[in-house]
Design a protein around this ligand. Sequence first.
Ligand code: ADP
Ligand code: MG
Length: 554
Amino acid sequence: MRFDELPIAPPLLEELAAKGYTEATPVQVAVLQASIDVDAGRAYARDLLVSSQTGSGKTLAFGLAVAPLLDRHRTPRVLVMSPTRELAQQVARELQWVYRKIGVKVTTCVGGMDIRREQRALDAGAAVVVGTPGRVIDHLDRGSLVLADLRAVVLDEADEMLDLGFRDEIERILQAAPEERRTLLFSATLPREIVALAKKYTKDATRLAVGAQTAHADIQYLGHLVAPREREHAVVNVLRAHDVGTALVFCATREGVAHLHGSLVERGFRAVALSGELSQAERNRALHEVREGRARVLVCTDVAARGIDLPAAALVVHADLPHNAEVLQHRSGRTGRAGKKGTAVILAPMHARGGAERLLRAAHIEGGWSPVPTVDDVRAKDNERLLLDVGALVGEGEPEDLDVAKALLEQYPAQQLAAALVRSARRSLPAAEELPLTTSYKAAAFDRHGARDHREDRRRNERPRGHDVGEGPEGVWFRVNVGRAKNADPKWLLPMLCRRGHIQKRDLGRFKISRTETLFEVSPKKADAFERSAREPDKKDPHLRIERADGESP
Ligand code: ADP
Ligand code: MG
């Protein structure tokens, strides 16, 4: 439904149109329609309990719904409670632009910021206050925030506020607010405590559940199984292969954030970090860098990133598995916002495959595991992009540049100059990484057992060596002189090796493909016979040499 078909005042419609927003999201339609009897005659309309997935536009939903309660009042008319400082600031920003034409002032009361400055802003008069629970209480205690004229309270991300332990603060604030008020409660999920809170502090709240809690349709999910030791390299390759606008990378701990952030920066990524250990100024700076496009990768913990809206984020990487399906959806919901397409990449350690699959099922995510982008994949993507990027640079050019260009063309052939241009563009790209353990796992799983079950995976991981080849001892390693650079792939290597060595697929074990050669494992019982037969030159592929890789088992 279009915004202009909903009960929204013309100056607000103009701001929405100026921003390019014409279609209301489902939660906006639901909330505005449920608020329809707010008018001059009836200042208080229905209370609402709204559940809707992240990124569905809840901020504008309540922002537009409470707008009729506002004009240029100098005392607070609407109080919005948010779980974190960043979220509060983000909500305030969104309300500021949409209220610009109606001249309503929005101010924030958030922990970590200068309290006297907030006090002065409140004294100067603000009709809308957005705050975090602790700081709002501080202002109530100091008398700098007076709720006597309040017409509405909005609890944004209520489940998150309860999770963060703000129950007492929230209850105190709700008790301090005038009885005659509208209460709007928003929550991604509706656990029992939220329903109980709503029962206690709202009047016959209408329950709106918008959209089924299924996987987000605008997010494409990709899952990669990685060797734990190569997790960081996998993150690098994923970021490089997808190289799209802004990316968010989630880690389980602050230490994890600091470490990964450091190593991404070292590799030449424009990355910033967001975690609890940073000062408020540092956090603001990090977010600013990303919003301005100076940083392209934000490495963060769950708490630090809850609800943060970065409209350009096209990629979310789960560098560590989230704790549960809800967190998975929250994190992934940072992309695919308001109808835009996004990609969420889940990196799961091989040994945690079973748990990861349960997690994906719980989040209603379908599809299987796919291989991590390799050095070659990244290179192929780069080549496509370089063609476009360098092409986009071609144009008329400044006279000064043209002079230099002419001089260069007199000295060098055009093709070499173009190649130099490509090389220089390539130089700014962080290098992709080799993932020998991860890729060899993929090969073995793929060839020998197809979709193996989790139990088998766990066994395999506990006994990482030698158990692919029957149940016997360590296999014997051989090498063949073809590597990734020449498209080595078990798909064609397997039949070739069986043919040349007169063995069967089940006699082959792990593969380890590097750039120029491939190591592979042969059952010890067959190794000698294999060696004799495979040594014979072959008419079909005379360049492939197969030999024992003594003492080189990886
Ligand atoms: P939620 O609180 O539900 O997670 P937000 O309110 O943060 O979602 O909105 C997510 C993003 O979608 C914001 O960037 C917002 O400006 C944008 N947005 C909201 N409503 C619309 C709309 N009707 N059309 C286009 N974009 C919208
Ligand atoms: Mg929100």
